[in-house]
Design a protein around this ligand. Sequence first.
Ligand SMILES: [Zn+2]
Ligand SMILES: [Zn+2]
Length: 215
Amino acid sequence: MAKAKAPRRTLDSYTVKPINKIVKPGDCVLLRPSDPSTPSYVAKIERIESDGRGANARVHVRWYYRPEESIGGRRQFHGSKEVFFSDHYDIQSADTIEGKCTVHSFKSYTKLDAVGNDDFFCRFEYNSSTGAFIPDRVAVYCKCEMPYNPDDLMVQCEICSDWFHPACIEMSAEEAKRLDHFFCENCSSESQKKLQNPHNTRQSDAKVETKRRRR
Ligand SMILES: [Zn+2]
Ligand SMILES: [Zn+2]
């Protein structure tokens, strides 16, 4: 005899017993991968449901992809804690939730004083079937014209405001950290030209002097 199937219920929250954490729709969570050697999956909970008796809770999730899980793979400018908000939805048992995490905007991530294990950041949406990103263009910096990787140290030119990797300007990280002022090659040569131009007014000469305090 077939049992009548109890209707499923939508839950406002769910307590994940093994970790004793309450999760709600909108929360970002880490899910246990089937292969224990891969890092935990990152997802945003869209909805939580259970059977009619409140058991067998399942989470409807939208996956965040890690760079290595994307079609293009990990690129040099991808941060170690970078994830892409995908268009890939799924349903998982709520008991595969290993913990909660925070997916920051790129801006707020770069302002964190300390990055914890549970901190991630997202600056791209990702189409899991085509491998395309939104936005498909991002600002690039330095002579190497790369998007900013928040894990890498960069120094900013005080004139043009561009950012540079110490290695790209033949400087060690230690030297870069000790800099009080930095002017990139282009801006330094511009200043030199102005200095050598006899038609320059005294005012601009004075300006160049102060800008050349660089060691
Ligand atoms: Zn560079
Ligand atoms: Zn510059």
